[in-house]
Design a protein around this ligand. Structure first.
Ligand code: F6R
Length: 235
């Protein structure tokens, strides 16, 4: 793992942008994307740049079950707002939160991932070590699944909703097996609440209890963390 420590998320966004630019310059065609607050500064840098993704494909990690693309809390909406409306891709895929049949939807998404091997996968990380919405205990070989969110994830994400009751209890998420197949992975983490999990991810045992710890086995991972999130790596 290559770890880049930055002052704050603004500087992190600039570093994240460089990773995207380098991938694009090297011919990357398929970008795995994330939502949440972490990637916002990287997306802002991309939007402000002249990078051209109009011949590229994006595949997002996850979507809440029950939320449609027009719902302002959905990840479809987030992606349109922060990236796609200003920097369009030729094709942009997210799981369909309104899909009637979960089995068919997860199979559809896996087929898309299979057909579009991911060149660069962007990740945030949950305080419990989740990547995508692969909560602790998820299989390292997993494919796309409908996942029940843990209480800690629901609580952490309630800041985006009016109250905790409104946070969906389930999400579709790309599996860890698919994430690990990406050629290159960029994980960003900001703020003191991520310090402990970043320590576990980088220095702890590889265990399904900390899903992100599997990244130790990937050959090309760049971690961008601010000083607060990287604080426990020194000891
Ligand atoms: C979002 C995702 C999640 C988030 C994680 C951190 O697509 O897959 O794993 O990256 O929950 O969220 P933030 O960035 O809001 O701290």
């Amino acid at each position: 793992m290559k770890i880049i420590v930055v002052k704050d998320s603004i500087e992190g966004g600039r570093e994240g942008f460089k990773v995207f630019k380098e991938a694009l310059d090297n011919g990357a065609k398929v970008f795995g994307l994330a939502t949440g607050s972490t990637p916002e500064t990287t997306y802002a840098q991309i939007v402000d740049s002249d990078l051209d993704f109009s011949k590229c494909t994006s595949i997002n990690l996850d979507e809440y079950v029950g939320l449609g693309a027009n719902d302002p809390q959905s990840y479809h909406y987030f992606m349109n707002q922060h990236l796609f409306s200003k920097k369009p891709f030729a094709h942009s895929y997210l799981p369909d939160g309104l899909a009637k049949n979960a089995k068919k939807e997860t199979a559809r998404y896996d087929a898309l991932i299979e057909k579009n091997p991911i060149d660069l996968q962007l990740l945030g990380i949950g305080q419990n070590g989740h990547i995508g919405f692969n909560e602790p205990g998820s299989s390292f070989d997993g494919k796309t699944q409908k996942i029940r969110l843990t209480e800690s994830t629901i609580e952490a994400n309630s800041r985006f909703f009016e109250n905790e009751d409104q946070v969906p209890k389930y999400a579709y998420s790309m599996g860890i097996g698919s994430i690990m197949k990406a050629k290159k992975i960029l994980l960003e983490a900001y703020g003191p609440a991520k310090a402990e999990v970043i320590r576990k991810m980088v220095k702890g045992p590889i265990t399904e209890d900390v899903p992100a710890s599997i990244l130790q086995r990937h050959q090309d991972v760049v971690v961008i963390a601010d000083e607060a999130a990287a604080a426990l790596l020194r000891s």
